[in-house]
Design a protein around this ligand. Structure first.
Ligand code: FES
Length: 92
């Protein structure tokens, strides 16, 4: 199991390892905005406060989008990651 904390919403939930973060966010009413869900639009940008190592590695697509956007090191696209351990995220 993995603990996911949405700091901006003051919520912590437990999910099975390998659950897509988009699913965790939507199932729990987290305030992350999703649009394309394909790693293109950057709507779902999040700051990873803890547990970056517990998120799935960046795909080439996510890397390219984050780079083009000028995202910081601790930022990921919530629609592109699965959760494999405890993480804490917030809206940027
Ligand atoms: S929802 Fe568009 S990049 Fe994640």
């Amino acid at each position: 199991m993995a603990k996911v904390t949405f700091k901006s919403d003051g919520k912590t939930v437990e999910v099975a390892n390998g659950t897509p973060l988009v699913q965790v966010a939507e199932d729990n009413g987290a305030s992350i905005a999703f649009s394309c869900k394909a790693g293109v639009c950057v709507s779902c940008l999040i700051n990873v406060l803890k547990g970056m190592e517990n998120l799935s590695p960046k795909t080439e697509n996510e890397k390219a989008t984050l780079e083009a956007f000028g995202a910081k090191e601790n930022q990921r696209l919530a629609c592109q990651v699965t959760v494999n351990g405890d993480v804490e995220v917030e809206n940027p």
